[in-house]
Design a protein around this ligand. Structure first.
Ligand SMILES: [Zn+2]
Length: 335
């Protein structure tokens, strides 16, 4: 991973190099052993996701992670840690969801929550915390939701966030009362693949006014988002996301000083509103990935094991018999 870091440095010009402290909550509070155990749970196929949650909760307690439970999504379990949301993947799809949100948050912020960091495998990711919509919020904010949805749908196909009582819990409010989408895992870039009807004319599908159903302009067939999602292959899912370690800083410990790379900051897809107060924004909008795997989903466990080996060797070298800190461990040692 050294290579990647120096690539980033080379892409900046001489005097413009700016260094900054980057923090990783995952590195700080989730030791490698814990991540491996969570990963093992996420790979269990004989139990459903709801039954995986108690096992994860037990592990989090065991490793002294200071958390409050937020709840179960379909493929992920959400917790609140030091004012940030951490989403833990419960299965392979949950990992893809984290990767997807990490990748597209940069382009969609502030219409969506900020995603600060994501394990390369997608196992865990750290998000901005916002207050989830109540049903009343849903009714009073509909006219603000519509322009956000219209703008996003120019470039993306996003499911489960349209104006419907089925989707309001995927929206939230920040402290400055701006609204945003907090769950946008079902997002697909239109530039990656147009979504066409199966009819002879292959019409490009378009959302209805509430962004809930899609319609073929040629034959008039109405499509639900889940119908379309079923047509997307696993290979396409993985290809579209690509290697997320190339779109964020790579941290080897919980706090690290790195050269800034403007490409890793949110893009100007939409200008942030003025006076945006974001008390949880300690990372200044930068995103962080880390090197648990180079090949996406493949071999993640093997890679984790390698990292753990490296970590052990490093610790042995470093401490030379000195006592290791028992409860707080990270890959590269703690400052
Ligand atoms: Zn059609």
């Amino acid at each position: 991973m050294e290579k990647k870091q120096s690539d980033n440095i080379l892409s900046l010009h001489g005097d413009e190099k700016k260094k900054k402290v980057f923090r990783s909550i995952i590195k700080e509070l989730f030791p490698v052993e814990l991540l491996i155990k969570i990963d093992e749970i996420s790979r269990q196929h004989d139990i459903d996701n709801n039954s995986k949650t108690p096992e994860i909760i037990e592990l989090l307690h065991q490793y002294n992670v200071p958390f409050e439970p937020l709840g179960n999504g379909t493929n992920r379990y959400g917790i609140l840690v030091n004012g940030y949301v951490v989403k833990i993947a419960l299965d392979r799809m949950g990992k893809i969801d984290n990767q997807r949100e990490f990748k597209y948050s940069k382009m969609l912020y502030p219409s969506v929550v900020k995603v600060y960091e994501c394990a390369t495998t997608g196992l865990v990711a750290t998000f901005e915390y916002v207050t989830i919509f109540t049903l009343d919020d849903f009714y009073s904010y509909q006219e603000e939701m519509r322009p956000i949805l219209r703008e996003i749908s120019e470039n993306f196909l996003v499911g489960d966030i349209g104006i419907s009582t089925d989707n309001y819990v995927n929206w939230g409010i920040r402290n400055d009362e701006s609204i945003c989408i907090l769950d946008f895992a079902y997002i697909y870039s239109l530039s990656y693949k147009g979504f066409k009807c199966t009819c002879e004319d292959e019409g490009t599908l378009q959302f209805d006014n509430d962004f809930v159903f899609l319609k073929c302009p040629m034959c008039g067939k109405k499509w639900s988002f889940s119908d379309i999602r079923k047509r997307i292959s696993k290979a396409d899912e993985i290809n579209e996301i690509g290697d997320i370690s190339k779109i964020g800083y790579i941290l080897h410990k919980s706090e690290e000083i790195l050269v800034e790379n403007p490409e890793f900051s949110p893009h100007d897809f939409k200008k942030p509103k003025k006076n945006r107060k974001d008390k949880h924004n300690n990372h200044k909008g930068h995103t962080v990935t880390y090197d648990t795997s180079e090949e996406g989903q493949k071999n993640a466990l093997e890679k984790l094991n390698n990292i753990m080996e490296e970590y052990k060797n490093e610790q042995e070298k470093k401490t030379h018999g000195k006592q290791n800190c028992k409860s707080r461990r990270s890959f590269g040692g703690i400052k």
